[in-house]
Design a protein around this ligand. Structure first.
Ligand SMILES: NC(=O)c1ccc[n+]([C@@H]2O[C@H](COP(=O)([O-])OP(=O)(O)OC[C@H]3O[C@@H](n4cnc5c(N)ncnc54)[C@H](O)[C@@H]3O)[C@@H](O)[C@H]2O)c1
Length: 242
């Protein structure tokens, strides 16, 4: 499988490159693209052909990425986070024309956590829920895409809940709030904790990512999956683990 890697010079791009260079089964990087010091400074500069694009760049690149993917009829794995509503709509529109895999988190552990959070929120229906996420001090977006993914999973069974991102001042907690608190410190790869409390009991569900190669593996598996589906559509980790 020939990969076009967008964001090749970033933290995640470098992990994928190392994995492939170390001999990841059946994968070549045919274009390393990054606006900062890679083989190609933009997707448009690459005139060859790849089987799948893997994107770990910046959400501001969404339009350029999708224009390229659609016009070259190339499936795309979007692992980048932080997209605004307009960019998310572009992703949905592109997925009607080409296969698009879009997940804020490429780890199986987070896929499991998302299912568990959904189940717990449904069983403990009167309990209050808060999410805490911790990441390294260079992370650009807050809250993390993964915290939003977890909140979405909880909202499936609690449609009336109200997302509260950060809690400024001394605003009192409302019953239906799902609060998200973000901490940025050191070199933390990613910690997500969901705290569910009825007042009589507290359940804490926690995931810790120890190494970025976890997300690189997930993206490569997603790329392999996408290269085989041959059908336009919007795919995510739920499809992968089916
Ligand atoms: N889905 C997941 O599992 C997962 C895991 C880790 C990181 N991420 C996300 O992936 C993204 C990248 O993470 P990172 O830690 O590697 O960030 P990073 O800042 O280290 O790297 C991003 C790279 O993208 C490049 N870039 C920015 N805009 C570009 C453009 N328009 N075209 C080409 N290259 C461009 C930058 O020059 C940089 O080298 C972030 O949004 C992050 O939140 C997702």
């Amino acid at each position: 499988m020939d990969i076009i890697l967008n964001g090749a010079n970033g933290r995640m791009g470098r992990v994928i490159t190392k994995k492939v260079n170390d001999g990841y089964n059946g994968v070549n990087i045919v274009a390393a693209v990054d606006r900062n010091g890679a083989q190609y400074e933009s997707l448009a500069a690459f005139t060859g052909k790849g089987d799948v694009i893997i994107d770990f760049s910046n959400h501001a690149a969404t339009k350029e990425l999708l224009d390229y993917a659609v016009s070259h009829n190339t499936p795309v794995v979007i692992a980048t986070t932080g997209q605004n509503e307009e960019e998310k709509e572009m992703i949905v529109a592109a997925s009607k024309k080409i296969p698009v895999f879009f997940s804020y988190n490429m780890s199986l552990g987070i896929a499991a956590l998302s299912e568990l959070a959904n189940k717990a929120a449904s069983l403990m229906k009167d309990a209050e829920i808060e999410i805490v996420e911790i990441h390294h001090d260079q992370k650009l977006d807050a809250p993390s895409g993964t915290a939003l993914l977890l909140a979405d999973s909880i909202k499936e069974v609690r449609p009336d809940s109200n997302l509260v991102i950060g809690r400024n001042g001394h605003a009192k907690r409302e019953k239906n709030d799902i609060g998200i608190s973000s901490i940025r410190i050191g070199n933390v790869v990613g910690v997500h904790e969901i705290i569910i409390s009825s007042g009589l009991e507290t359940l804490t569900l926690k995931h810790e990512a120890h190494d970025r190669s976890l997300f690189a593996d997930g993206a490569l598996v997603a790329a392999e999956y996408l290269s085989k589906v041959n059908q336009p559509g919007l795919y995510n980790m739920k499809d992968l683990v089916k």
